[in-house]
Design a protein around this ligand. Structure first.
Ligand code: AMP
Length: 300
């Protein structure tokens, strides 16, 4: 079994849905991805928090066996994000983004982590993603995630990053925005030309599309009757996927479809609670049971 190194945001999230409101939950792209990956493989977390970061959240990372040598604790405030969902939870509005210690973040990898084979550059500014890659020594498989903000304000850096990664994960609206193409299948063709051999376009509650050297694959989302809070679902998906790949023997192409199904299931658990409340409660057997359900649903 290999390790996964994950860099991204480590945040406090204040989340409002039509029925409830929860302040200062453990959040951030790297937190969601790291907990999701930890169900499958050892995880190394690279991020930054302020002195206000609650000890109970550090304990939660530790409970999941997440190595924290790359987590900087600095004077100042932890990155704080707040968002509000409409009744249709596909629609979300960012209410505030307070960078705090993130403003001066420069990820430094412990020497022993520079040879980690699986690297997830979770959602964070592309300059910081570059900085992490600069420190890695010949990783086996690097996947980057992003968000609309970076497409809008840091596109040249993001485009340079795409030449350096094996895989790129983004949602359908981001794919359209990045290559200026409405049809998602044509957008995928254009995205490959930017560099990545592996592309995964997420379609929210409709699942995701993989385009790879071994062909295309449509992975469904696990059908949930009730979504409590979808924050971090995309991060949980890609974290679970990378953890599963790190755990599996054999090549990427052999394991990637199953990895997506496992990521999809962890993402669904994430949606069933606020923040990481539900994800941190799941047991491996529950993940496998839902993967089997997806398998049944898609066999014909
Ligand atoms: P998702 O629901 O997959 O879009 O991810 C939500 C997570 O992204 C939340 O936990 C936030 O803390 C984090 N987030 C929001 N804005 C940013 C940003 N500008 N940079 C990095 N992470 C962010």
């Amino acid at each position: 079994m290999s390790c996964v190194l994950i860099v991204g945001s480590t945040a406090l999230d204040s989340i409002k849905t039509p029925t409830a409101e929860n302040p200062r939950l453990l959040g951030g792209s790297a937190s969601h991805a790291a907990v999701a990956a930890s169900f499958f493989a050892p995880v190394q977390l690279v991020g930054i928090v302020g002195e206000d970061f609650p000890k109970k959240y550090l304990a939660l990372y530790k409970k999941h066996g997440i190595a924290l040598d790359g987590l900087q604790v600095k004077p100042g405030k932890t990155f704080h994000w707040s968002g509000e969902y409409e009744v249709n939870m596909n629609n979300r509005r960012t209410l505030a983004t307070e960078l705090g210690v993130f403003e001066t973040f420069s990820p430094e990898l412990p020497q022993a982590w520079r040879k980690t084979p699986f690297v997830l550059l979770a959602n964070i500014g592309p300059d910081l993603q570059h900085h992490v890659l600069d420190q890695m020594q010949r990783p086996k498989f690097v996947v980057a995630d992003t968000m609309d903000l970076w497409i809008n304000i840091a596109k040249p850096s993001l485009l340079r990053l795409l030449k350096r990664v094996d895989g790129f994960v983004l949602n359908d609206s981001e794919a359209r925005a990045l290559v200026g193409e409405d049809n998602v299948h044509l957008a995928i063709r254009k995205l490959h030309k930017l560099g990545p051999r592996y592309l995964i376009v997420k379609l929210g509650s409709h699942g995701s599309i993989l385009s790879s050297p071994a062909g295309r694959f449509l992975c469904p989302a696990y059908p949930l009757a009730k979504v409590v809070d979808p924050t971090g679902a995309g991060d949980s998906f890609v974290g679970g996927l990378m953890g599963y790949l790190a755990r599996s023997r054999g090549g990427i192409d052999r394991n990637l479809r199953r990895a997506m199904a496992h990521g999809s299931v962890v993402a669904a658990f994430c949606c069933e609670g606020f923040g990481l409340n539900q994800t941190t409660r799941i047991k491996p057997a529950q993940i496998e049971a839902r993967v089997k359900e997806i398998e049944e649903l898609t066999r014909f």
